[in-house]
Design a protein around this ligand. Structure first.
Ligand code: BTN
Length: 259
């Protein structure tokens, strides 16, 4: 029987942390059961995927990490990226905003990023020891708050809706979605539902994209959705190539969504 409030059964709030990830990982290593949530008003060294930093401001950003101990094989680990991004998108859509998802876990409004998910985990053989999912959402950031490249690439809920939002309320809405979607990750049928819901928001499907392979190498192709393992499918000529993880750039957007 699922526990409807497993994620968020304990919520630790901090004024200032270097990163909520570090605190959640410390708890994970000390044996804390799954469901712990670590929230920070301010992060001094917030980190994103691929060694990037994550920009956030106190009272304007939602930054938190959750500790999970999923009882399934690491082969399903791509879902640990997909389900949090989907949960955030659905909570944001409740506000009347149309959201898109860029595989595996970027949350976009139009072609600008409003949130991101960072998954850090440790597994031993066929057992996932712990997973820490870090979520950052640009809630009340204004135009002047974004500097440099972020001016072109990032947005916030406040900029989209034209009004400030209650960050704690948004956290509760996202936790509710996370609990529902985490439960779905545990069964094949549930994972199918996650894939369907994800694909409705998949910004890469049918689009020309570039997968960064590392060492300066890239691969260009057309997004073909995600497979049953949660891998990205890319059509290159006649072939379909799948990626279990990676950094993807959307090169050309043919199918714009409403926002
Ligand atoms: C990304 O899009 O690159 C992922 C961003 C993840 C940011 C969140 S904010 C809360 C948690 N703590 C961190 O240091 N990072 C994640």
């Amino acid at each position: 029987m699922r526990n409807p409030s497993l994620i968020g059964r304990v919520i630790l709030h901090f004024e200032t942390l270097e990163s909520t990830q570090d605190v959640a990982i410390d708890y994970a290593k000390k044996g804390e059961p799954e469901g712990l949530v670590v929230v920070a008003e301010e992060q001094e060294k917030g980190r994103g995927r691929w060694g990037r930093s994550w920009f956030s401001l106190p009272s304007k950003s939602l930054t938190f990490s959750i500790l999970l101990r999923p009882p399934f094989s690491p082969k399903f680990s791509p879902y640990l990226s997909l389900f949090p991004a989907l949960s955030c998108a659905q909570a944001i859509e409740e506000l009347g905003i149309v959201c898109g998802l860029k595989w595996p876990n970027d949350i976009l409004i139009g072609n600008k990023k409003v949130g991101g998910v960072l998954v850090e985990m440790e597994s031993r053989g066929e057992k996932i020891e712990w997973v820490v999912v870090g979520i950052g959402i640009n809630v009340n950031l204004e135009e002047v708050d974004f500097q440099g490249e972020l001016r072109e690439t990032a947005t916030s809920l406040c900029l989209t809706l034209g009004k400030q939002l209650d960050i704690q309320e948004l956290l509760q809405d996202i936790l509710k979605e996370l609990n529902e979607k985490y439960y779905l990750c545990l069964s094949e049928e549930g994972r199918g539902k996650i894939r369907n819901m994800y694909e409705e928001r998949d910004l890469l499907k049918g689009e020309i994209l570039e997968v960064i392979l590392g060492k300066g190498q890239t691969l260009k192709g057309v997004g073909e959705g995600i497979d049953e393992r949660g891998f990205l499918r890319v059509r290159v000529g006649e072939d379909i190539i799948v990626f279990p993880a990676g950094d993807v750039h959307l090169l050309k957007r043919e199918n714009p969504r409403k926002i």
